[in-house]
Each structure stands twice: as structure tokens, then as C-alpha cells.
Design a protein around this ligand. Structure first.
Ligand code: ASP
Ligand code: MG
Length: 423
């Protein structure tokens, strides 16, 4: 007997027909004698629809009321899944965020899970009842509904798995694992048997949309075993325990897999792209202490995430240009904030460009190997792709390029690092 959390995304929950398929998968898992908790997303497109209603109702919406509206999508799917499971003869009930409760802290619309009250849930599961939990939602200290930020159901699932000490958290999605890159761009992309937490964290944060970044960080911290797999498998398919999805593993486990010959040692594990960033250039910023702090403090105070930053070499008049990226959705706000502080910061012009993309190569192998970055720069230049900015971490190199060259860059790099599947 194992204790398993199964998480199903919006595409898997889109409509009663698909929910029935999900219910069958859940029933099969429970039929193995496992204790099962299921975490669900809203139906695909539903959260967007609800967000739009909020905007129409009041463009300056109160985040607490926004949460009331957008959390409802998951309430619907969790009730429907419990009903469908009951129709299949299973014992099942839904546990809404405020019922468990899933206690959250910090801002509405981007709340963080603080605590999940597990004993009642565990008792129900031990009694053979399948627990269905809406992802994305929680409750604040003062009893109001909160939501975790878009894509937050993954984090709900990992948090539930940690709280009930689950043996595994299976994330069922519309792809059947983590690939070397987006298979829609590179047909020769390969599915990975395993990636490390650290790699997954970087991949998620640079645009690989398989898992919410925060969920990976939490899984790493709480040592939750996470597997990514597809819910679009035939009814006769083997249960998750035997299915080759992608397992997220620790560095030590990865070493073992390599030693046993189950995984190849790779320099680069994945190539991700992100078209949702925008570039901001401030020209003729004073080249003196405090100048960049003046730029980035107001952005941080407004919760605008700055990613790549370049400060050019100062010009002769004690001035310099500063270039950085922000999420496209925050560009207008960032621009307004900076304009407001034009005198305090002392820049001349603000130039923005949303037609950029960030391409990142990720792999723990880089820690101990030189040349990963230079391979990237050479491969891109051979195709005439211009690099506008670069940033690196211990296991990642990212470049900013023209958005129109995204697909070409991803393909070229996939080949350059020897990741193409041999057919
Ligand atoms: N339904 C929410 C969203 O679309 C949460 C999730 O599905 O993870 O962002
Ligand atoms: Mg998702």
C-alpha cells in the first residue's frame, strides 16, 4: 500500500467526458490498495474566463473578491470528480480549501501555503475514501478565500503530498513527461526518464510550462517525489507505478541512475524558451553609486520581477545605459513607475521592446564542464542569430534574442548539444 497524490491539469478536466477518464485512472490507482488524494485544476480556459469577468466588473478589482471568483473553477471540477467517482462505485468526497483547511499567508491572488491540516484528510483516506481537493485555493487567517497565482494547482498538489507524507505526487498533464525541449518545435525532442529538482526548477522558471516553478521549489525543499505523466492514455494502460513518465530526482539518485546505465550523463538536460518577457533600456543613467538601486527598488516594491540585467560600460560623461527584462504583462506598469521617477533616477530615454525571447540551456553537467556557453554562442552566430543579452547561473545559460528567431534558435541548440533523438 502506498499513499499517492494524483494531480490533474485543466486539459485533463475539460468536460465530463474527460473527468470520467480521470476518474477511471483514480479508481485504478485506488484498486491497487493505495490511499489516494486527487488535486484538480479548473477546466481548461475556465480561469481565464473568470479573470475576464473580474476585469469587466471592475478594472481595479479588489484582489480578495477576485479570489472568490477565480477559485470557483476548481470548486466545480472537484465536485464533479467526486460525483463521477461515486458513479463508478468509489467512496469519494471533495475537501475545499477552507474546509481542510489549506491555510495561506501573504497577498491575495499570489498567496503562499503556510499549513495544511492533514489529520482529518489522512483519517478519511485510511478509511478508504478518495479525497478530492481543488487546487489553486486556500483560506487566509481571517477566513477569506485566497488563490495561489496562476498555475498554482501544481503547488497545491505538492503541498498536499508533503502534508500527508505521500509516497509520490503524480502530476498528470497533457504531455507525457519532461522533454529535452518543446516537442512542438523540435520533432526530435526526447522524453527524459529523470531530471533533477534543480534542473526542473531552472527549466520551469525559464519557460518550460510543465510545472509551476513554485511547486518544484517546494518539492525540493520538502523532498516530495514528483512524477510527470500524461493523462491521455488508453483505459487499458498500466498504472502510474509502471508508466514511464519523468521522475524528478535528487542529484544522488541521478548519479545512481547513471551508474546503473538507466540514464545517460548529459551536459545539457533541456532547452527552454520564453516569449513573455519584454526589454527595457534606460539611456544615459548617471554612472554613480545608487543609480541602479534607484531603478530597481520601485520595481521590486511593485512586485515586478526583473530578470536579465546589463549595465553598459560608462560613457565619457559619467553616464551609462541600463538594459533589463520584465514580464510583458508588467511592462506598462514598469514603464509608468520609471517615468514617475525620471528626475530621481536621472535617465534620458526609456526604450522598450516586447518582441524578444529568452532561450535557456539547463543542465547540472555544466557545473563541472567548461564550454557550454561558448557552444551556445557559436551555434547561434553560425545561424546569424544576434544575442542581445546574456545571463548565467551555475546550471543555466540564457540569452535574449529577437522573438522571430525563437524556433530556429531552439532547433539549432538542440542539435548543437547532441540532444536530437536518433530515429
Ligand atoms: N486554474 C488555475 C490556472 O489556470 C490554476 C491551475 O490550473 O494550476 O491558473
Ligand atoms: Mg498547469
Amino acid at each position: 500500500m502506498a499513499r499517492i497524490v494524483m494531480k490533474f491539469g485543466g486539459t485533463s478536466m475539460a468536460g465530463t467526458e474527460r473527468i470520467r477518464r480521470v476518474a477511471n485512472l483514480v479508481r485504478a490507482q485506488a484498486a491497487r490498495g493505495d490511499q489516494v488524494a486527487v488535486v484538480v485544476s479548473a477546466m481548461a480556459g475556465e480561469t481565464d474566463r473568470l479573470v475576464n469577468f473580474c476585469r469587466e466588473a471592475n478594472p481595479l478589482y479588489d484582489p480578495a473578491e477576485y479570489d472568490v471568483v477565480v477559485a470557483s473553477g476548481e470548486q466545480v471540477t472537484s465536485g464533479l470528480l467526486a460525483l463521477t467517482l461515486q458513479a463508478l462505485g468509489c467512496k469519494a468526497r471533495s475537501w475545499l480549501g477552507w474546509q481542510l483547511p489549506i491555510q495561506t499567508i501573504e497577498a491575495h491572488a499570489k498567496a503562499r501555503i503556510d499549513n495544511i491540516d492533514a489529520p482529518a484528510l489522512i483519517a478519511a483516506m485510511e478509511a478508504g475514501e478518495i479525497a478530492v481537493i481543488p487546487g489553486f485555493q486556500g483560506v487566509s487567517d481571517d477566513g477569506r478565500i485566497t488563490t495561489l497565482g496562476r498555475g498554482g494547482s501544481d503547488t497545491s498538489a505538492v503541498a498536499v503530498a508533503a502534508a500527508i507524507k505521500a509516497d509520490r505526487c503524480d502530476i498528470y498533464t497533457d504531455v507525457d513527461g519532461v522533454y529535452t525541449t518543446d516537442p512542438r518545435i523540435v520533432a526530435k525532442a526526447r522524453k527524459q526518464k529523470a531530471v533533477t529538482y534543480e534542473e526542473m526548477l531552472e527549466l520551469a522558471s525559464v519557460g518550460a510550462k510543465v510545472l509551476q516553478t513554485r511547486s518544484v521549489g517546494l518539492a525540493m525543499k520538502e523532498k516530495v517525489r514528483v512524477q510527470v505523466l500524461s493523462s491521455f492514455i488508453g483505459d487499458g494502460a498500466p498504472p502510474a507505478d509502471d508508466l514511464p513518465g519523468t521522475m524528478i530526482v535528487s542529484d544522488e539518485e541521478m548519479d545512481e541512475l547513471v551508474e546503473k546505465g538507466l540514464m545517460e550523463r548529459q551536459l545539457v538536460t533541456g532547452i527552454a524558451h520564453d516569449k513573455n518577457e519584454a526589454k527595457v533600456i534606460l539611456t544615459r543613467v548617471p554612472d554613480r553609486p545608487g543609480a541602479v538601486a534607484n531603478i530597481f527598488e520601485p520595481l521590486a516594491a511593485a512586485s515586478i520581477n526583473v530578470d536579465m540585467i546589463i549595465q553598459n560600460v560608462g560613457r565619457d560623461k559619467g553616464e551609462t545605459d541600463v538594459t533589463f527584462t520584465v514580464p510583458q504583462s508588467d511592462l506598462a506598469r514598469a514603464q509608468a513607475l520609471l517615468e514617475d521617477r525620471r528626475d530621481a533616477i536621472g535617465f534620458n530615454r526609456i526604450i522598450t521592446d516586447s518582441k524578444i525571447a529568452k532561450i535557456s540551456v539547463v543542465g547540472v553537467g555544466m557545473k563541472s564542464h567548461a564550454g557550454v556557453a561558448s557552444t551556445m554562442f557559436r551555434a547561434l552566430s553560425d545561424r546569424g542569430i544576434n544575442i542581445q543579452a546574456i545571463s548565467t547561473s551555475e546550471i543555466k545559460v540564457s540569452v535574449m534574442i529577437d522573438e522571430d528567431e525563437t524556433e530556429l534558435a531552439v532547433r539549432v541548440l538542440h542539435t548543437a548539444y547532441g540532444l536530437d533523438a536518433v530515429s
